[in-house]
Design a protein around this ligand. Structure first.
Ligand SMILES: [Zn+2]
Length: 156
């Protein structure tokens, strides 16, 4: 069946294209003009000139970089929380810190994917690197502390 682009047929098409060109996120632009996120993505991919979409992708990558620095702070916070929880003998707090760290790792993984995709279409640059090994070591050390503590409380 023929597919009508709701963005092309929107009375706001010019504004929408302009917003996309400026690098605004699809998620923000779509609801503002009453079109679906998916329709907007398709429109951007198929109906907006390539140069414009490239500019948009570059902006998306820049946002991902921003997000990465926020996540670095989140990791630092989680580590601080973990250190405090350990010091206070707060087992639940420590577990929550581990959970928070693992959430950050998941988010980082998805950002990494997006960056990798964007990078495939532009010259290579040094990749942002949030020391995964360091993070893993931190989680491991916490787990061993938690295990030791649990063992200690369950003496028969
Ligand atoms: Zn369209």
């Amino acid at each position: 069946m023929p597919r009508v682009c709701t963005v092309c047929s929107s009375p706001h098409r010019a504004e929408i294209d302009e917003a996309v060109t400026r690098g605004e996120s699809f998620r923000r632009v779509a609801p503002r003009y009453g079109v679906s996120d998916r329709a907007l993505r398709r429109h951007a991919a198929e109906h907006v000139p390539t140069a414009i979409v490239k500019a948009h992708e570059a902006a998306e990558v820049a946002r991902a970089d921003d997000l990465l620095s926020i996540l670095r702070e989140a990791v630092a916070d989680a580590r601080r929380l973990r250190a405090k929880a350990e010091k206070d003998g707060d087992f639940r707090g420590a577990i929550m810190a581990v959970k928070a760290l693992s959430d950050v790792v998941e988010t980082l993984a998805s950002i990494g994917e997006r960056l990798a995709k964007a990078e495939a279409s532009r010259p290579p640059e040094p990749k942002p690197n949030l020391t995964d090994g360091e993070l893993a070591a931190a989680i491991e050390s916490l787990l061993s502390v938690a295990a030791a503590r649990e063992g200690g409380t369950n003496v028969h």
